[in-house]
Design a protein around this ligand. Structure first.
Ligand code: NAD
Length: 431
């Protein structure tokens, strides 16, 4: 469904546009349009049949002016250095937009985790740490889960890092299992954060939640908790979700005329976010093609899968009824899609604002690890709501006062904070 988008070129183009609006010095732009540090390494893994598979791992640290670099690790077959660079750069803007004292990084391995069993996955995770442990740490760079990685994998990685440095170091990685240094509320944080921003946007349009229909792409960690909170907290209805079908090598949309029940669908979904089609049909759901989610007659589109999904070929499928696009995924909309949103008065909640709930609770997790004192779930969720709401209000203010598109306003706020930190640290010479 994607246009062969290079995510890093897209991230650079978005940055360049706002850098011009802000009149950044060319050398400052140059420093920010590229990552500070990049690592690419081999990961040989012994398979259970005795053979060795060689995978390629990455860690990219885009900027750490505001604090230790921070960002997830993806296990996905089509991972490349450029997707990781883009995601690392977006992390810098994300931590800045929610104003938490962290920078931006991202890592990954080009691998299909579903093709490995648990012991192979554990060896892969431990070896990833063995290759990169000197460059990460609670005061340097703190990884977390993302597409294809799980709390259990974070637990293995934290354990391996602790072995390498010789002491228990839970703060090296977030998204760990509960009881193993993880924070209550982390699992649902990104999805809940999406809903908090959607709720704010709905109020702007006076959308009555009970008559508001949303359509999701994806049904993994982000989409599941966003769909649950959208239906249960706000009382909205979800027309459909979509997911990748590994057997058929394509994606499909799972819809229900009366609105899907996300809690039921969760029970027939695997850990990678693929819904069991047969069980869905048995329960009265309809299976539609991969693009059906985007063409639904709904008020809100919530892409929660991968980059470049709303692009020049799919954007024309969007119904006239759509008023809000909430980017649960990172980089789901291309510049052509942004033009369409602007021209059609579609209100955009940009990715690094919309999905910042995960990194916000990751930050809370690190704070709790440092204190060795853990908060209740209610405390975590309340603090999350406060942070997301404040970030949303701050961006809206700039968007309105400067007559800026929401994505540009979010970039302007984030870039300003990062450049200030660089200045304060003496990284930028005053001409
Ligand atoms: P996940 O692996 O749990 O789920 C991904 C979902 O997308 C799955 O349902 C999968 O079947 C589906 N999918 C994959 N390719 C697809 C395709 N071509 N068409 C339709 N569906 C497809 O991942 P996640 O953690 O939910 O992350 C989703 C997005 O949100 C990613 O862009 C990720 O970077 C971003 N994100 C995640 C977090 C987090 O805390 N997990 C935080 C911020 C941003």
């Amino acid at each position: 469904m994607s246009d062969k988008i290079n995510a890093f070129e897209m991230a650079q183009a978005q940055f360049d546009h706002v850098s011009e609006l802000l009149n950044l010095e060319p050398y400052v732009s140059e420093m920010l349009r590229w990552p500070m540090r990049e690592f690419k390494f081999q990961i040989p893994v012994r398979r259970n049949n005795g053979t060795i598979s060689v995978f390629y791992g990455y860690r990219v640290q885009h900027n750490d002016a505001r604090g230790p670099a921070k960002g997830g690790i993806r296990f996905h077959p089509s991972e490349t250095l450029d997707t990781i660079r883009a995601l690392a750069m977006w992390m810098t803007w994300k931590t800045a937009v929610v104003d938490i004292p962290l920078g931006g990084a991202k890592g990954g391995v080009a691998v299909d985790p579903a093709a490995l069993d648990d012991s192979e996955k554990e060896r892969l995770c431990r070896r990833w740490i063995d290759e990169i442990w000197r460059a990460i740490g609670p005061r340097q760079d703190i990884p977390a889960p993302d597409v294809g990685t799980t709390p259990q994998m974070m637990g293995w990685m934290m354990d391996e890092y602790s072995k390498m440095v010789g002491e228990y170091t839970p703060g090296v990685i977030t998204g760990k299992p509960i009881g193993g240094g993880g924070s209550l509320g982390r699992n649902e944080a990104t999805g809940y954060g999406v809903t908090y921003t959607v709720q704010k946007a709905m109020r702007r349009f006076n959308l009555d939640p009970e008559n508001t229909l949303a359509s999701f792409q994806g049904f993994g960690n982000v989409a599941q908790h966003a769909a649950i909170s959208f239906t249960e907290f706000l009382g909205g209805k979800v027309a459909c979700v979509s997911c990748w079908d590994r057997d058929e090598g394509t994606s499909h949309t799972v819809s229900h005329h009366a609105g899907i029940n996300p809690r039921f669908l969760q029970t027939i979904t695997d850990i990678y976010g693929s819904i069991n089609k047969d069980k869905a049909i048995e329960a009265g759901y309809t299976i539609e093609d991969s693009d059906a989610w985007i063409s639904k007659d709904v008020d809100i589109l919530i892409p929660c899968a991968l980059e470049g999904q709303i692009n020049s070929t799919t954007v024309d499928l969007i119904s006239d009824r759509v008023k809000i696009v909430a980017e649960g995924a990172n980089g789901p909309s291309t510049p052509e899609a942004d033009d369409f949103f602007r021209d059609n008065d579609i209100f955009l909640i940009p990715d690094f604002l919309c999905n910042a709930g995960g990194v916000t609770v990751s930050y809370f997790e690190g704070v709790q690890n440092d204190m060795n004192y853990y908060w209740t779930r209610e405390e975590v969720i309340e603090r999350l709501n406060t942070k997301m709401t404040a970030a949303f209000d701050g961006i809206i203010k700039v968007s309105e006062s400067e007559q800026m598109f929401m994505r540009d306003a979010a970039y302007a706020v984030a870039i300003d904070r990062v450049v200030k930190a660089m200045e304060q640290r003496g990284w930028l010479f005053v001409p």
